[in-house]
Design a protein around this ligand. Structure first.
Ligand code: MN
Length: 726
């Protein structure tokens, strides 16, 4: 006879007073209709399964949304009903719980390898965004294990293995002792039927004697506790079959040699009474050394709290006694579920934050690593580091950093798979290499023998190991290409140099730069430029440094400091503002022969082409022409100055031929904001040089100032403005 919905509603109302009873009945009716006509392998109506799952969930006092979702957990999978239908009928929370359970249900967790099992458990945790999804899934599995007899033999094996590897450990991690021991016993029953029935038989045969001993001890303790005024409930406690079997296998013991088949459990109302009861126990029987653990002061990772002690019992055998409060007992039996009621105070759905808050507290607990390390790792992944879990086509789970995609996956399988990856199918569909995985994706990598890694991959890859492999590939396999690419890059940068700088660079310079930068030869350096670990500019700088030799003459210095200027005599047509009577809109230019500057007295000479050449009034050329063609010479005055207007003037500096002089001269000129458009040098006699600069002057005052400043330089003999005609 199976549980009825009324019994479940009764039980839930008992621990959750405000529960919406009608809604639970409604969920039952809804599921009943959805599964109408469906049967389990036992030929019972299907509805019995969700009903039993809800019943199991109510036994660990799950909250109403979890109970409701338990009733509805198979409707999406087994009927036409969609998540949206469930949402419309029962709201968001229930719908997302049902959806979560459905998704987990589509996964297979068959594996024997411990490494894989650990990843599977992590994936399970990561996929279930709500911890209640896992609890419902555990309830589902528990009922399926109870009814496993109807499955074919090979399926029984697989389900039992999966249960032992994944679901029982998860129950333990979530602290749900009630699920854990039963899942373990049921797994053993199907995996090792003989061993199971043998242990069960022996437990049965010895039960009477054992129970008598335990009852004797129990009554003694009850009396002493009463005497001491400690209010307590004392129960006998039996070890479950799987744990007896484990102990026999692991310690190589016979059944007869197992001493702690049963023990006592003392349940009191507060922590103070726990220690009081401990005192009574230790006063009554002799405690065995090294057998006391205080999990109240130092709870286990799954929040288990109790005092454990072993004493020499009345029958002369070791007797284990566990002491805990009622609340600790609830936590021990129901695990994570035990926390829902108290945090929510009744009605509302537990907020995700609070549940995560609980998990975080759990993470912060000081715990013994052997117990909690793995669980904590799993939770860290879920809550902190954001890993993504995907399936290989072979059904293995792969753990990758969040944001990973096909290339990360391919390299995790094998370097060669990564190197020849051209794309991937995710859940059967083609995806680009830039695709980012979601937990639960089934990934198949597509390769081609001609495919090879490209530099762009580095921008897409998330895992550092895959990045390292791509870099390694680019470094080694594509060496020739990298050398070429590096060569091109370097050439491109060298072209920006002046011709003389480029000419100075010789092949052995590059060799010494390579050695200086710790590369064995030029090709290695070029390859490094090619795959992007050496900046071409760095190499260029080193090359220039290698070719540099200080100037030995003033001429060399001039060449170095004012390159190109002396080589080309710039022609220019500066804007000019001239006011001339009767001359308007005429193209005018300043004549080269006398270089008139604003402030000079000027005249214009009308050329045969109709242009106007501006000369200083004292220019020999214009005086000569005025004599022959006076009608062509007109009087001019300077117009208003415009900012852009500059006038070329030639300076002559006579100085000692000493390296460093040019640097001083150019510094002075530059400081005044004056441009040098031409420069030339020649030697007048031993140690005496004549420098000529063409400078662009805005105003005559500037010119005078410049001459004064230059004259003050050390080793400068004379400075003068050259007369126009040369
Ligand atoms: Mn189910």
């Amino acid at each position: 006879m199976s549980t009825s919905i009324d019994e479940i509603v009764q039980r839930v109302s008992g621990y959750w007073p405000g529960v919406d009873r009608e809604n639970l009945v409604h969920a039952y009716d809804y599921a009943f209709r959805a599964h109408a006509g469906q049967e389990r392998l036992s030929h019972e109506p299907y509805i019995i399964h969700p009903l039993e799952v809800s019943s199991i969930l109510s036994q660990i006092e799950s909250d109403p949304p979890a109970i409701t979702a338990g009733l509805l957990h198979d409707v999406i999978e087994d009927s036409e009903i969609t998540v949206d239908d469930v949402r419309g009928e029962f709201g968001n929370t229930v719908a997302s719980l049902v959806d979560g359970v459905t998704k987990l249900g589509r996964l297979d967790f068959y594996t024997k390898q411990e490494e894989q099992a650990r990843n599977l458990r992590k994936m399970f945790l990561a996929m279930a965004e709500d911890i209640r999804v896992i609890v419902i899934k555990l309830g589902d599995r528990l009922h399926n294990m109870r009814t496993l007899d109807y499955m074919p033999r090979d399926k029984q094996q697989l389900k039992a293995e999966e249960t032992l590897n994944i679901f029982a450990p998860l129950s333990h991690r979530l602290g749900i002792w009630r699920f854990k021991w039963e899942l373990e016993d049921l797994s053993l029953k199907f995996l090792e039927p003989e061993a199971y029935s043998e242990v069960a038989r022996l437990v049965g045969v010895t039960r009477e004697e054992r129970e008598r001993d335990i009852e004797t001890a129990r009554l003694m303790l009850v009396a002493k506790l009463e005497e001491a005024g400690v209010k307590a409930e004392v129960r006998g406690r039996a070890k479950h079959i799987y744990s007896i079997r484990q102990k026999m296998v692991q310690q190589g013991l016979n059944f007869d040699q197992i001493r702690d088949l049963a023990g006592l459990r003392v349940i009191v109302s507060d922590i103070g009474d726990c220690y009081a009861a401990l005192g009574v126990v230790h006063g009554l029987w002799m405690p065995l050394t090294g057998e006391f653990s205080d999990y109240i002061a130092k709870p286990k990772a799954n929040q288990y709290q109790s005092l454990h002690t072993k004493v020499l019992g009345p029958s002369g055998q070791p007797l284990e006694v566990q002491i805990r409060t009622r609340e600790m007992h609830r936590t021990a039996e129901y695990g994570v579920a035990a926390h829902w009621r108290y945090k929510e105070g009744g009605q509302s759905d537990p907020g995700l934050d609070e549940r995560i808050g609980w998990l975080r507290q759990l993470l912060e607990l000081e715990t013994d690593l052997s117990e909690g390390h793995e669980f904590i790792e799993a939770l860290k992944i879920d809550l902190v580091t954001q890993e993504v879990f995907v399936w290989t086509p072979a059904g293995d789970v792969m753990e990758l950093p969040a944001g990973s995609g096909p290339i990360d996956f391919a390299y995790r399988i094998h370097t060669e798979v990564g190197n020849h990856c051209i794309g991937a199918k995710v859940n059967g569909k083609l995806v680009p290499l830039t695709y980012k995985f979601k937990t639960g994706d089934i990934v198949e990598i597509l390769t081609s023998p001609t495919a090879k890694p490209s530099r762009d991959w580095l921008n897409v890859i998330e895992s550092s190991s895959a990045k390292a492999k791509v870099r390694k590939y680019l470094r080694e396999r594509a060496r020739e290409e990298n050398i070429e690419a590096g060569h091109r890059e370097l050439e491109r940068h060298l072209e920006r140099l002046r011709a003389d700088q480029r000419a100075a660079i010789k092949p052995d310079h590059l060799e010494s730069v390579a050695r200086h930068l710790n590369y064995t030869d030029v090709n290695s350096l070029l390859a490094a430029i090619g795959y992007g670990v050496v900046e071409p500019d760095t190499v260029v700088d080193h090359l220039l440094a290698a070719t540099y030799k200080p100037p030995s003459t003033l001429a060399e210095e001039l060449e170095r400091l004012l390159p190109g200027i002396s080589a080309s005599r710039a022609t220019r047509a500066k804007p000019l503002s001239i006011a001339a009577a009767g001359v308007n809109g005429v193209h005018s230019r300043l004549s080269k022969c006398c270089n008139p500057l604003p402030g000079d007295v000027i005249v214009g000479y009308i050329t045969r082409g109709g242009g106007l050449a501006v000369h200083r009034a004292d220019c020999k050329n214009v005086l000569y022409r005025a004599r022959g063609e006076p009608e062509r010479v007109v009087a001019l005055t300077w117009g208003e100055e415009s900012q852009e207007t500059t006038y070329q003037t030639e300076l002559e500096i006579v100085a000692l031929d000493r390296v460093g002089l040019i640097a001083h001269v150019t510094a002075v000129v530059a400081e005044m904001g004056i441009n040098i458009s031409e420069a030339a040098i020649d030697t007048i006699e031993q140690n005496l040089a004549r420098l000529r600069f063409m400078v662009d002057i805005h105003r005559r005052e500037d010119l005078q100032h410049l001459v004064d400043r230059l004259s003050q330089l050390i080793d400068v003999m004379s400075v003068r403005v050259l007369p126009g005609a040369r």
